[in-house]
Each structure stands twice: as C-alpha cells, then as structure tokens.
Design a protein around this ligand. Structure first.
Ligand code: PSU
Ligand code: MN
Length: 310
C-alpha cells in the first residue's frame, strides 16, 4: 500500500500505527544481511521486533524490496534478507536510486534507513552501532555516509556508540562540525560498542526518555534540521573485556589492510572477522546491545508521541 510517496510502501501495521499515533521504531536491515551470520541474524531481527512490541511500540524494519522502499517487513521478508546475507546489496544513500531503478532488493545501512524512516514519518531508530570516521581516514578519507545523514535527516538514532574499528575521537569531531548532538543516556562518556567506556565525552548526558524527547521536539519545532545520536552503553553484564577485544579488532583491521579491502566492503569484512576471531563472543555482545538499544528507542518514541499529543 502506498502512502503519499510514490516510491514508499508502508506495511498495514505501520499504516495503522501512524493513524493511531502509536510509537513507531525504525530498524535497519544491513545489520541483518551484512552484520550477523544466518540464522542468528534472522532470530535476532525477530527478537528485536518482539522487544519493541513488548515495550508498547510498533517495529518498522526498513529495506528495499523489488525496488520499493519498505517500512515494515513481514517475517518472510526478514527471513529472505537474512538467508541471502551478503548476496543482498548493501544500500547506503548513494545506492538507493540504482536499486530502485533496477527493481532489486537492498539491505539499508543506518544512512539509508534514516532517509526512508524520515519519508515514512518515523522519528526514532534503534540499531547496534553506526558507521563513522575510519582510523585511516586521514589518508583514505573513509568516512561513513551515516555521519552526513545524521547531519541532515531528522531522525534520532539510538546506538551503543561506535566500534573501535573506527576512530571514535574523529567521529565525534565530525559530528560536532556538522551540528549533530551526541547524547549519552545515563552516561557522560561515549560508549565504544563492546565496552561502556572510550575515554571520550558526550555533549549532553540525559537520564530519561522524556528529556531526550524534549530535546528532539525543541530541535525540530524550531526548524533546526538534522538528527540526534543517542549513545546507550552496552549492559554491564554483556560488555567485553576492553584489552581482549581491542586485540581482536586490531587483528581484523590488519587483515583487511593486508587484503586491500576498501570502500563499502570494509565494514562488513571487519564485522565478520571480529565475530570469527572472537569465537562468537562479539556476536553475543552485539545481540544484547541491540536489544538494549531498541528498548530505549521504544521508550523515546513513546515519550515523543506523548509530547506531541500534549
Ligand atoms: N557497525 C556495526 N554493525 C553494523 C554496521 C556498522 O557495528 O551492522 C553496518 C550499519 O548498517 C552501518 C553500516 O550503517 O554498517 C556502515 O557501513 P559503512 O561503514 O560502509 O558506511
Ligand atoms: Mn566507508
């Protein structure tokens, strides 16, 4: 079914949720196809959706299917993306028109998911980690399209910070330059995905979903466009040992450099090597932090809906 946009299909669920002003949470699909191995990816995607529902929200997993931008997927569609894995095109902002024109399928990154969520009127998006400025960016200029998307698209993204496959300090500098606020949820430190600490500070510490929703409303009501990054640390019990995971990450990065991997392949390559080298420990941590993030995203979506209804 189409709703006011010639390229976009909202599922029945999402259309109904919009009409009833229910809190909707956007979810990305690159994490399914390129971020985790099958069948854990599908199990996790379905558990993530169930978690949003359990907390009173409506999940909108976002992807491109047969050239249509989709917000709200069926279980079969999620299974299809997860089973195909890296055979599905990883779609960031620049790729969207080509996958659409060819009527192909695409798994959307944080950037592409934000773009589609915004078109669908969805303001909150929960994921694992965002892309950022790569460690070798001063020479390669490898900066994820997720960052300029955060600078321009009005969606709040809840993530567990970013992995130290990236230069976290440069990532925060980029966000500052482009006016993207970084909010620490109940922390003043920017979390490093697998660990709660990075040694770097967030811009604002906020301790409640209501406070985050109030900042979103103020920002957008005054026409100050662009997203917000909500950094939610991994639960203590799921966090990995920093020294140990740093060794794993360094090894994955040197393997990527040795094989000359660049461009859009690098992030999926690093994620899968880290998973392999950590013997699945990183995958378990990844799943736990995503679940934690979508709980917070649902609470923020609820708080934001309530504010708008006042
Ligand atoms: N980081 C993760 N897990 C992921 C990704 C990044 O810890 O699944 C995915 C997300 O879809 C993100 C994308 O938007 O990788 C970034 O890719 P790139 O660095 O090529 O922009
Ligand atoms: Mn890149």
């Amino acid at each position: 079914m189409t709703d006011s946009h010639p390229y976009l299909d909202l599922s029945e669920d999402i259309l109904a949720a919009r009409n009833d002003r229910k809190p909707i949470v956007a979810l990305e699909s690159t994490i399914i196809s390129h971020g985790m191995p099958y069948p854990k990816n599908v199990e996790t995607a379905l558990e993530v959706e169930a978690t949003v529902r359990k907390h009173g929200g409506v999940p909108a997993t976002i992807a491109i299917l047969n050239g249509r931008l989709k917000a709200g997927l069926s279980v079969e569609e999620i299974e299809q993306l997860g089973r195909a894995g890296t055979a599905i095109t990883k779609v960031s902002r620049r790729d969207i028109p080509f996958v659409v024109a060819r009527r192909h399928h695409g798994a959307t990154t944080v950037a592409a998911t934000m773009f589609i969520a915004h078109k669908a009127g969805i303001k909150v998006f929960g994921t694992g980690g965002i892309g950022g400025v790569h460690r070798d960016a001063p020479t390669t200029m490898d900066i994820s399209a997720d960052l300029p998307e955060l600078a321009q698209t009005d969606v709040a993204v809840v993530s567990a910070g970013a992995k130290s496959i990236l230069d976290l300090s440069l990532t925060l500098e980029y966000l500052e330059t482009h006016g993207v606020p970084v909010i620490g949820y109940r922390t003043s430190e920017f979390p490093a995905f697998f660990t709660r600490q990075s040694g770097l500070e967030v811009n604002y510490r906020l301790d409640s979903p209501d406070a985050i929703a109030a900042a979103m409303r103020a920002k957008w009501e005054m026409g100050l466009s662009g997203g917000l990054l909500v950094a939610n640390p991994i639960p203590e019990a799921a966090a990995l040992d920093k020294k140990w995971i740093d060794v794993v990450i360094d090894q994955a990065i040197s393997e990527a450099a040795g094989r000359g991997i660049t461009g859009k392949e690098i992030t999926p390559f690093l994620l899968s090597r880290i998973e392999h080298l950590s013997k699945g420990k990183s995958l378990e941590a990844n799943i736990q932090l995503v679940l934690n993030n979508v709980v917070l995203a649902t609470k923020i979506a609820k708080a934001y809906q309530q504010l708008l209804a006042e």
